[in-house]
Design a protein around this ligand. Structure first.
Ligand code: PXL
Length: 293
């Protein structure tokens, strides 16, 4: 089954911030999902001069925009094939995302539980927001946490320093424990495995299948990479990909974009050089291998 409707390949309400500098959230989601033939309807959670990694940013919180926007879409009778949430500005926005999910029960529900990375939470995220993110995960068809976010959802301590590579059975247990919170599919990004590989690992609860796609290691960490990965997963699932195919497509594209950026030696803070890579999404694609985890 695909989640595409009467709107071409589908229409997604994308509940994320828009940051002027740093290529993350809506500035990468809109071009990627659009290139995959899907209409993106942004529901901005905040406007930022630059992403939070830039320090003294200017930020305008749009919490009071979200419910009137949803009410307008209801009045218009607009249907969404997917609701895709990400960076939120306030705890109240978690309730508003739940309202969006409830308003479109047939939509594919994608929750990117954006909270932090490399063992640290983003500067605008409060403990209460992190505690309550599990409520969004509970209603999701798919969640796409990194290792830091997976630990927060599980109520575990995690720092980049204490992180230990996982055996395959530890990785599976982590995925299953996340699935017990409610989501039907889980993908953890950039998981370090005990065999020395870095992988995106996934679990499809309905088919009881575990997957991994190995990532080539690039010795720089670029902001917005998680948003790029999650956008391609979202587009792929909307177009009918199975979980491993969507993971494969998203890993292949993210790797191409990361390697392209690395080759130009830019500042990792400025994000991924997305623009020269977008054509890959419309061309015939050569995908990576995937394997059972
Ligand atoms: O890529 C996640 C993200 C999204 N939005 C904002 C961020 C970040 C990560 O730093 O700061 C504003």
């Amino acid at each position: 089954m695909t989640h595409a409707g009467m709107s071409g390949c589908g229409r997604v309400a994308a509940i994320h911030d828009i940051s002027g500098i740093g290529r993350c959230s809506l500035t990468v989601i809109i071009p990627i999902v659009s290139a995959m033939g899907i209409q993106v309807c942004p529901v901005p959670t905040a406007v930022l001069s630059a992403h939070t990694g830039y320090g003294e940013i200017v930020m305008r919180d749009l919490t009071d925009y979200m419910m009137p926007a949803l009410a307008h879409y209801r009045r218009l009778g607009v249907e969404f094939d997917c609701i895709y949430s990400g960076f939120l500005a306030t705890e109240e926005q978690i309730d508003h995302c739940l309202d969006f999910f409830a308003a479109y029960p047939d939509a594919l529900k994608v929750v990117d539980p954006v909270m932090g990375d490399y063992g640290r939470t983003y500067s605008t995220y409060t403990d209460a927001m992190c505690r309550r993110m599990v409520e969004l995960a509970a209603v999701a068809d798919i969640i796409v946490p990194n290792m830091t976010e997976a630990a927060i959802l599980l109520g575990e301590d995690y720092t980049a320093e204490t992180a230990v590579p996982m055996t395959a059975s530890q990785a599976k247990s982590r995925l299953v424990r996340l699935a017990q919170k409610g989501p039907k599919m889980i993908v953890i990004t950039s998981a370090e495995l005990a065999d020395g590989t870095i992988c995106n690992i996934g679990y499809d609860k309905i088919h009881n299948s575990f997957w991994k796609v190995v990532c080539d290691y690039v010795p720089k960490q670029y902001s917005g990479t998680g948003d790029i990965f999650a956008s391609v997963i979202t587009g792929g699932l909307m177009k009918g990909d199975s979980l491993p195919i969507a993971m494969n497509r998203a890993t292949s594209f993210t790797e191409l974009a990361v390697k392209t950026t690395f080759s130009y030696s830019g500042d990792p803070q400025d994000g991924i050089l997305l623009e020269p890579c977008l054509g890959w999404l419309t061309a015939a694609q050569v995908l990576k291998d995937f394997a059972p985890l």
